[in-house]
Design a protein around this ligand. Structure first.
Ligand SMILES: [Zn+2]
Length: 471
């Protein structure tokens, strides 16, 4: 059995640390190769690159010493599966991450080319550096280190998908099939796709919001009209759409969809105080964003608005003429994309129905509206704070970062995590190593080298604690 006395711990920590130090340039070089592959999953144009990124992950898992690694073909982008089984009596961790990235545009706002990684001031700049290739690679190198130094204390499985940025439809489908559950069976799912509070204050994410993503279309006249001949006499779909969208929130920034808040949990004052007790400085937050004030639901702090309250945002709006100069058009159609972030107990399918009923009722006579679901919605996730896996994660941060991690709630969504929890019935650990300032989904995305290397160390230490706690 696995002994974990102090002397042993010291010897092993030196060993893995030495291995990482000896191979750090190669680790970084390989990560840069990974980042050079423009694996944008939202556009067909990059289909070959997406395939190449999947092959890259498979190859690196094999080189790291997994017993097997293979691509699982789907209707969309392939899943990459790999495993290293040490002993069936030991705990098993399933590492989840994604090899696809967000589109890089607007290109003109990048200081260096998005798929030509560059190291500047101890940070690696490239699309996907933090979300999520840097973090996925950290896990592959942690596994390599443990296998190479003969210290892997548990079984590790990898499931790396290629559609996280476009809705995870293929993985959702894969998880729905019971025949696949045995392959993925694990004691804990480990996900590194979130951020730390700061480099000085580590954190573990214990909640994620759910998401619903919709597209709406308002249709007026059967063709585009001249705004001189018809303006003022025929309803303009863009004007109508704007009115409909703005009536989705009231003067206090509360969402007006009937029933929307019915299932939202009301937190006790004690829980709210605990939640607000994070190292967050509003003035710095505003300064970093270049805004004079924050706007959000009345009666809640910024931390609460992100962590425990649902939100609704219009993500894009288009119609009519948007080219250079003017064109006096009264368009036939107007469109918008919008997303809602959900909190625990809200049901994505119910929210979609509530929105659709309400929004369709808002359209005036003389126009039509259509609501489309862009990708399958997901519910929020709350992590069990008392699980063995979370205890191991806390200990890992204490060892490596010399500080206890704070437990935070993330405003973002990783739709698949809710399904892992449901389907595999196992513990979830959201151990992210990015920073909010990494500019994920934005130009000049980057990932700190310290985050990458300390991340490797923390993952290694997590496995050791997890194995020790299970023994
Ligand atoms: Zn991500």
């Amino acid at each position: 059995m696995y002994a974990y006395d102090k002397q042993e711990k010291h010897r092993m920590m030196l060993n893995t640390k030495q291995y990482i130090a000896a191979h750090q340039n190669r680790f970084l070089g390989e990560l840069m190769d990974f980042l050079r592959i423009p694996s944008v999953s939202t556009s067909r144009e990059y289909a070959e690159d997406v395939q190449n990124a999947a092959e890259f992950v498979k190859q690196k898992l094999l080189e790291a010493g997994t017993d097997q690694a293979r691509l699982i073909e789907t209707k969309g982008c392939p899943l990459v599966y790999g495993e290293k089984m040490v002993d069936k009596s030991l705990p098993t961790v399933l590492v989840y991450g994604h090899y696809d990235v967000q589109p890089a545009d607007p290109y003109e706002l990048w200081e260096t080319r998005p798929f030509d990684p560059v190291v500047k001031e101890d940070k690696i700049y490239a699309r996907g550096a933090s979300d999520d290739k840097g973090q996925v690679y950290m896990h592959i190198k942690a596994l390599e280190t443990l296998i190479a130094t003969k210290q892997l204390p548990c079984n590790v499985k990898f499931l790396i998908e290629g559609e996280e940025e476009s809705g995870s439809d293929s993985l959702t489908y894969f998880l729905k099939d019971q025949q696949n559950h045995a392959l993925l069976q694990a004691d804990a799912v480990l996900v590194s796709d979130t951020a730390l509070s700061s480099l000085e204050q580590p954190s573990l994410t214990t909640g994620l919001r759910g998401i619903v993503y919709l597209e709406v279309e308002v249709t007026g006249p059967n063709r585009d009209l001249h705004s001189g001949t018809y303006g003022g006499a025929v309803g303009n779909p863009i004007n109508i759409l704007c009115q409909m969208l703005s009536s989705l929130k009231d003067a206090h920034n509360r969402i007006t969809i009937p029933g929307f808040y019915d299932r939202v949990e009301v937190l006790s004052e004690i829980d709210r105080t605990a939640l607000n007790h994070t190292p967050f400085v509003l003035s710095k937050y505003k300064e970093a964003l270049g805004i004079a004030a924050v706007i959000g639901e009345q009666g809640y702090s910024t931390i609460e608005r992100i962590g425990i309250r649902p939100s609704l945002d219009i993500n894009g709006i288009w119609g009519g003429y948007t080219g250079e100069g003017g064109k006096t058009v009264l368009p036939s159609k107007a469109h918008a994309k919008l997303s809602m972030r959900l909190v625990p107990h809200q049901e994505a399918q119910e929210i979609i129905a509530q929105f659709t009923n309400y929004f369709t009722a808002l359209v005036p006579k003389g126009a039509k509206v259509q609501v489309k679901v862009v990708h399958a919605g997901s519910n929020a996730v709350v992590v069990n704070r008392n699980s063995v896996a979370l205890q191991a994660a806390k200990k890992a941060f204490e060892d490596v970062w010399k500080k206890s991690p704070v437990l935070t709630r993330d405003g973002g969504s990783i739709p698949i995590v809710a399904q892992f929890k449901e389907v595999l019935d196992c513990d979830i650990v959201l151990m992210g190593f990015g920073l909010d300032s990494d500019a994920i989904h934005s130009p000049n995305e980057h990932f700190g080298l310290a985050n990458f290397f300390k991340g490797i160390d923390t993952v290694i230490t997590f496995y050791k604690h997890l194995a020790a706690l299970y023994t």
